[in-house]
Design a protein around this ligand. Structure first.
Ligand code: UT7
Length: 331
């Protein structure tokens, strides 16, 4: 009897209209286009504007894009996972609001937060529900409104992040495609280097914290950078070795878009040619949970059934890892 695998069978995406360019940032903080481009590879990012619009707005639009493209009835969706580090609100799940809004009235739903690795870990979770035979489809959405937790006076963070969302549908297959293997890790000793200190249960929000911007994301960039380079590359090497893959077997590297230099370092470690490395950081920046599905959306037309995709991510926590997935369809 052949084993049931979890395949990605559709992709959707959404980015907000407003474009925050490096030139605009030059008027906001002490920075310049040359520094941002050479240190990060980012030229512009999208920002969601509008009173009351949160991460669910992005997630709903990405899901609707997928539903339209795939032609599925939302009533047939069984589980909606919203991978996000910026939920709409505390206590009320962003996924529940998203699921109801898209008409997934027969689904259950939940949020999943592993910072920049939320979507990667979400792929693992979604695949398990499919492989076990529990559900016949899972809608996994990666969405973040990072602008809601950025201090636009802090040049070390405001140049990096942007808003966006991407969605994928996981379905069962008996064919030799879908999620093959995963190597996922966490190290909580890293949280001091990347966090938004106030606003959670350890340090509830105070007027003083807001005044100092301590409810916004803070990072010790150099330390995060070093850990990201080492761990993303290490996880990628491990997943190749475990599956007896050489660089020639890899069709695409789908790496979290936090800094072009981190992505290049990961690709170099496995000696992968530049044309096999998906890249869109120049136009979206770091959209946290949305980077991986936004890459899939941008490159979907180039993907062929049977292509070997190696996913990699690293983020706050620290959380990181790599996933090996065989692409399931031709566009
Ligand atoms: O999504 C996962 C989590 N995040 C990441 O993976 C991000 C990881 N870190 C990074 O991408 C990089 O560390 C940054 C892009 C944040 C910073 O780049 P860097 O090459 O590590 O710069 P640095 O922090 O070592 O700073 C170098 C210099 C400093 O000046 P001095 O001390 O050498 O005079 C900074 O003050 O660049 C200065 N600097 C800036 N200059 C212009 C820092 N930010 C800026 C800026 N514009 N925006």
């Amino acid at each position: 009897m052949s084993k049931t695998s979890a395949a990605i069978t559709a992709v959707g995406a959404y980015v907000p209209e407003y474009v925050l360019t490096n030139q605009i940032l030059e008027t906001m903080v002490d920075t310049n286009d040359e520094w941002i481009t050479s240190r990060t590879g980012i030229k512009e990012r999208r920002i969601l504007k509008g009173e009351g619009k949160g991460t669910s707005f992005l997630a709903i639009n990405a899901a609707k894009d997928l539903i339209k493209k795939r032609g599925i009835d939302p009533k047939d969706i069984e589980l909606v996972i919203v991978a996000t580090a910026t939920p709409d609100m505390k206590a009320a799940s962003t996924a529940a609001f998203t699921a109801s809004n898209i008409g997934a009235v027969n689904a259950f739903s939940f949020d999943l937060d592993a910072a920049c690795s939320s979507f990667l870990f979400g792929m693992s979770v979604a695949a398990k529900y499919i492989e076990s035979g529990s559900y016949k489809n899972v809608l996994l959405i990666g969405a973040d409104k990072m602008s809601s937790m950025i201090n636009y006076k802090d040049r070390a963070t405001c140049i990096i992040f942007g808003d966006g969302a991407g969605a994928v549908l996981f379905e069962p297959t008996e064919e030799n495609v879908g999620l093959r293997d995963e190597y996922l890790r966490s190290d909580g000793t890293g949280r001091e280097f990347l966090q938004a200190t106030y606003g959670g249960s350890s340090f509830p929000i105070t007027a003083e914290a807001i005044e100092k911007g301590e409810h916004c994301a803070f990072q010790e960039g150099r330390t995060v950078f070093k850990n990201a380079v080492f761990n993303m590359a290490d996880a990628t090497v491990k997943i190749l070795e475990r599956n007896n893959l050489t660089k020639n077997d890899v069709d695409w590297l789908v790496a979290h878009q936090a800094n072009k230099r981190i992505i290049d370092a990961t690709a170099n470690r496995i000696e992968l040619e530049e044309e096999k490395v998906m890249m869109n950081i120049h136009k979206y920046g770091n959209t946290t949970s949305a980077t991986l599905p936004l890459l899939l959306s941008d490159y979907e037309s180039q993907l062929k059934k049977g292509d070997n995709l190696i996913f990699a991510a690293f983020g706050g926590g620290f959380n990181w890892g790599s996933i090996y997935l065989k692409w399931a369809y031709n566009s």
